[in-house]
Design a binder for this molecule. Structure first.
Ligand code: ZN
Length: 74
């Protein structure tokens, strides 16, 4: 499906002081593509974009977030 209505997807990540992650694995099942979300040091978030349909995935660090390192996006 190209350019779905809910284009932007957000995930909340657990706020850990130790072991900072440089990237997070993202599986875009929408287009059968595997990519990575890299950390934006300025905004303190991770960003990934599906190269085929342009869907944007944001990972925001905060309280109550998940500890997953790998995410699947449909
Ligand atoms: Zn896609």
């Amino acid at each position: 499906m190209l350019f779905p209505q809910s284009k932007n997807i957000y995930f909340l990540l657990m706020n850990k002081k130790r072991e900072p992650r440089k990237w997070i694995g993202v599986n875009f099942t929408c287009c059968n593509f595997y990519g990575r979300a890299y950390k934006n040091e300025v905004k303190k978030e991770y960003l990934a974009q599906c190269p085929k349909c342009g869907r944007v995935i944001r990972f925001i660090v905060g309280q109550g977030g998940t500890d997953q390192r790998f995410f699947e996006v449909r």
